[in-house]
Design a protein around this ligand. Structure first.
Ligand code: PSU
Ligand code: MN
Length: 307
């Protein structure tokens, strides 16, 4: 890897070098997942939450063609307000860098950057996955392929409920990604704690999650670990209500012919409108909750490697 493409913030680089806990955060959630000003507020609050738990946050984005690992407050603000920020998944990264452009990194993009920097834990809201009707559209997020091959653990609140959860679980199984329920037997579905789908494995503590990561990589098994942490009960949305809103949003996207990388941001913003802002509140609560768990796992993982 040519280091000229990577700029790791000093505080983050020091922590990585000393094997102190670091948690990566994505920027697509800021630039394309939430409206201003909540996006910037959440980005800052996520970093604060991780610090309060004793880990160092590293929000990741591509700015002027450089992969930045750890952003300043101004850069967070920029990612939340600038209108010319695209969305970088694996396929986009070389183009954005070569053309010296700005882009927010998706889950896949953030996993790649975290791995290059040597960060093993990454916190987000929900991952991309197999979309509903993927049998016809072939729309499967590159997030799943990245989890299959790159050694970063991702803490999320489940695949977004806009997806086909059963097909997403099948895909992860085929590609050998350990799918873990954090203190739950049931796959959480982002806005709600339920899905009716069992997770193959459950952990009760952050230490257990860290041990699974370490064991996987000690064995030379390439790829990530997906830890799904349910939204706190008090913020969970009624499943039937949110599902009917999601279906309406999907119908709207079909009518408008929205496809490819535009689809996920469109659905998230339409769901927010249709739920009168309730989905945004849930989204904020779940991602902050994931930050707490992610920081704990990062600490435990460092402890395991230090002894
Ligand atoms: N989860 C959220 N908000 C988001 C996303 C996930 O709560 O904005 C983003 C992530 O960056 C994820 C991306 O990687 O959506 C998936 O996009 P696609 O389906 O185009 O791969
Ligand atoms: Mn897609």
């Amino acid at each position: 890897m040519n280091l000229k493409y990577l700029d790791i913030k000093e505080e983050v680089a020091k922590a990585i070098k000393k094997n102190k806990p670091v948690v990566a955060l994505e920027s697509t959630i800021i630039s394309h997942g939430m409206p201003y000003p909540q996006n910037v507020e959440v980005a800052k609050k996520l970093e604060e939450t991780i610090r309060d738990k004793g880990a160092i946050p590293a929000t990741i984005a591509i700015i002027n063609g450089i992969i930045k690992v750890g952003l300043s407050e101004e850069e967070l603000e920029f990612m939340g307000t600038d209108k010319n920020i695209s969305k970088a998944s694996r396929m986009d990264i070389p183009v954005i860098i070569a053309k010296k452009l700005n882009a927010a990194t998706t889950v896949a993009g953030t996993i790649i950057a975290a791995n290059l920097a040597g960060i093993r834990v990454f916190v987000t809201g929900g991952i991309g996955g197999v979309h509903k009707y993927a049998q016809q559209t072939f729309d499967v997020s590159a997030d799943l392929q990245e989890l299959a091959k790159t050694n970063v653990a991702v803490v999320c609140a489940g695949p977004k409920a806009i997806l086909d959860l059963s097909l997403t679980v099948e895909y992860l199984e085929t590609f050998g990604v350990p799918l873990i329920g954090y203190q739950t037997d049931e796959l959480p579905s982002f806005y709600s704690r339920k899905s009716g789908i069992k997770v193959p494995h459950k952990v009760d503590t952050a230490e257990e999650a860290a041990r699974i990561m370490k064991t996987k990589w000690d064995l030379g098994l390439q790829g990530g670990v997906l830890i799904t942490n349910p939204i706190p009960e008090e913020f969970a949305m009624n499943e039937e209500e949110i599902n009917s809103i999601i279906n309406k949003a999907i119908q709207d996207s079909e009518k408008m012919g929205i496809k490819g990388k535009e689809l996920t941001p469109f659905l998230l913003s339409r769901i927010k409108e249709l739920s009168k802002g309730e989905s945004l509140k849930a989204n904020i609560a779940l991602v902050l909750n994931n930050a707490k768990v992610g920081a704990e796992i990062a600490k435990e993982f460092c402890n395991l490697s230090n002894f």
